[in-house]
Design a protein around this ligand. Structure first.
Ligand SMILES: [Zn+2]
Length: 313
């Protein structure tokens, strides 16, 4: 079966008057129930990520900074990112969900997982919050997969409309953790040029696919498929993570890159094709952006529908 994590606890990171708000995900559980998708998934129990696991990606000083701000009532931790009283605990749940999915997939319990968590993670850096993100959920779980679960090779695929700068920085010098990002460019956060390809022993394991506003849907999807085929062949991953932002949707108020809802079905299948070629179809998808609640709900529905369909085949 497919694992589905869409717990109400993720509404508890309260940002008010902010694009990254609880209302983004509020109607998703009901939709997944009405469409019959939820009942075809398993809903595992999970634990919050430990500070020890977070500290493999983030500095202790930064973890303590987020904790202290939350416990003192919250506030802005940087220009774009809000911390509320519950945010530290909710952020640990978000990272914990992705770690739980990694443990279950690596043990062979299941083959696919969708983690509908917030706050998102892919802009978060080792020592600071950025772009609505507190802790890098995918990066924390990727470290667990390699360091604790002893996988040798991973691939992280980021189709959020923004460059996944935090994930790129985390694994810049990692020879065994590939990172592919397709994103609108030039655009926030400013990084993600095609000449950024990793450093040291990780040279060549980062692949950036910057695309300009106005690109056709076909060109976008073709660019993504070609890039993924190339990097997957190089890494030969044993597990693939998706940083699944849905803010490249035509109706997204932040990112809008002209994609239609059905294009997220295509992207999903492209990643699953790569996963079937190298790792028995194992994919963990983790929510990043997506700021039109209706378009996000529609897109998550088609994304999960494809994951379930492929898992059941
Ligand atoms: Zn985004």
């Amino acid at each position: 079966m497919t694992l589905l994590y869409n717990e109400p606890c993720f509404l508890g990171h309260v940002t008010t008057h902010h694009p990254e708000c609880a209302d983004r995900i509020r109607s998703i559980p009901q939709r997944l129930k009405e469409s019959g998708l939820a009942e075809r998934c398993r809903r595992p129990k999970f634990e919050p990520a430990s500070r020890q696991r977070l500290s493999e990606v983030h500095s202790t000083a930064y973890i303590n900074e987020v904790w202290a701000l939350a416990k003192s009532g919250g506030g802005d931790i940087e220009a774009d990112t809000v911390v509320s009283p519950a945010s530290f605990d909710v952020a640990l749940m978000a990272a914990g969900v992705v770690c739980d999915a990694a443990e279950r997939l690596v043990s062979g319990e299941d083959g696919k997982a969708l983690c509908l968590v917030r706050p998102p993670g892919h802009h978060a850096l080792a020592g600071r919050a950025m772009g609505f993100c507190l802790f890098n959920n995918v990066a924390v779980a990727a470290r667990v997969a390699v360091d604790e679960l002893k996988l040798d090779r991973l691939l992280i695929v980021d189709w959020d409309v923004h460059h996944g700068n935090g994930t790129q920085a985390t694994f810049w010098e990692s020879p065994n953790i590939g990172f592919l990002s397709i994103h609108r460019w030039p655009f926030y956060p400013g990084s993600g040029n095609s000449y950024e390809t990793g450093g040291g022993h990780g040279l060549g394991t980062t692949l950036n696919l910057p695309v300009e506003f106005g690109i056709s849907r076909k060109d976008y999807l073709d660019t993504f498929a070609a890039g993924l085929e190339k990097l997957a062949a190089k890494i030969k991953p044993q597990l693939i993570f998706i940083s699944a932002g849905f803010d490249a949707h035509r109706l997204d108020p932040v990112g809008s890159l002209g994609l239609e809802t059905e294009d997220f079905a295509t992207l999903t299948n492209t990643v699953i094709d790569a996963a079937e070629a190298y790792c028995d179809g194992k994919v963990i998808s983790v929510l990043e952006g997506g700021y039109n609640p209706r378009a996000l709900t529609d897109s998550v529905e088609v994304h999960l529908a494809e994951m379930i369909r492929r898992a059941e085949n």
